[in-house]
Write a protein that binds this ligand. Sequence first.
Ligand SMILES: Nc1ncnc2c1ncn2[C@@H]1O[C@H](COP(=O)(O)OP(=O)(O)O)[C@@H](O)[C@H]1O
Ligand SMILES: [Mg+2]
Length: 330
Amino acid sequence: MSEVFLREILQEYDAIQREESRSLHQRRQEIFNKIPELAKIDRDMVELMARQSREIILNPNDSSTVIDQLQKEIAQLKTRKIELLDENGYPRDYLEMRYRCSQCEDTGYVGYPIKEKCGCLIQRLLEKSYQLSNIQDLDFENFSTFDPMVFSDELLENSKLSQRQYMVQLRDRLIDYVSKFPDNHRKTILFTGKTGLGKTFLLNCMAKSIMDQGYTVIRISAYKLFDQLFYSSISDKNNYEGLQRQLFEVDALIIDDLGTETRRNNYTSEDLFNIINERTLQRSHTFLSTNLSLSDLRQRYSDRITSRLFDVSNTMLVRFRGSDIRLRQK
Ligand SMILES: Nc1ncnc2c1ncn2[C@@H]1O[C@H](COP(=O)(O)OP(=O)(O)O)[C@@H](O)[C@H]1O
Ligand SMILES: [Mg+2]
């Protein structure tokens, strides 16, 4: 199963590399037509580098003046190349290969001589096995697109703060939290509150920021998560165990909308307990959101689940308050 995914993803990486080298080729053609001197510099550099390699192979122990001279000429050409790019208003990396992942240069693997999967590859494997869609959401929902103006500036009940001030404070606390990730004192965060208060948005902000630091993240709704676990547990035991292992191992597990999952007696609560229990024991991070109140949660889930979830020595409980953003916007 995951072998198939791996193969598919490596094909995607191949396609990215081909696409990028095609686009580099186009940039080169374009710029060499426009600035013939650059074309000449490019040819001369190839020639000089070839001579340099030949010299090194022929005289491996000889730090000869020939090699020195060649290196000097190559450096001069490089400087001239940058001058020309600057003068003509091109970015300095215009003639370089562009990588989506600078760690593995879009090969999926890092390390020498022992190769390991790059973080970007592990993340893609997770996305694929959980069919996590819309990772692009994160381009729109992240700390830099957080807009305080969507929140009401009326005072919250029994509070000196408006919803807007409250949310800005919360945002700042979470920015601080993710900046310390994974060395946080409390590893679980539970967002509670009605719909339309910005819970999913903030979970996405955290996901993006943690992924940008190179950690792996699974971000999934409770509904989808427990459906996938349920169907794989009855149809394909290996797959079920694989999914479960990923849930235990991912750096940050984000479960949105807890309480919307289909109730299947023991199944769901057993899975939920295992996930929370295992991750708590391993001291790994789990962020959840729910529209249910704490007492609803207590009614719905067993004690052994809620006692872990509500344990404030490990859980940061955040209550979202105020009025529905979507209704306000209308
Ligand atoms: N801080 C924010 N800045 C800009 N838009 C936001 C912000 N918070 C929420 N939204 C938008 O408001 C809507 C409701 O927010 P959402 O996070 O889905 O609420 P909840 O998960 O609490 O139901 C979404 O369309 C979301 O994109
Ligand atoms: Mg939501």
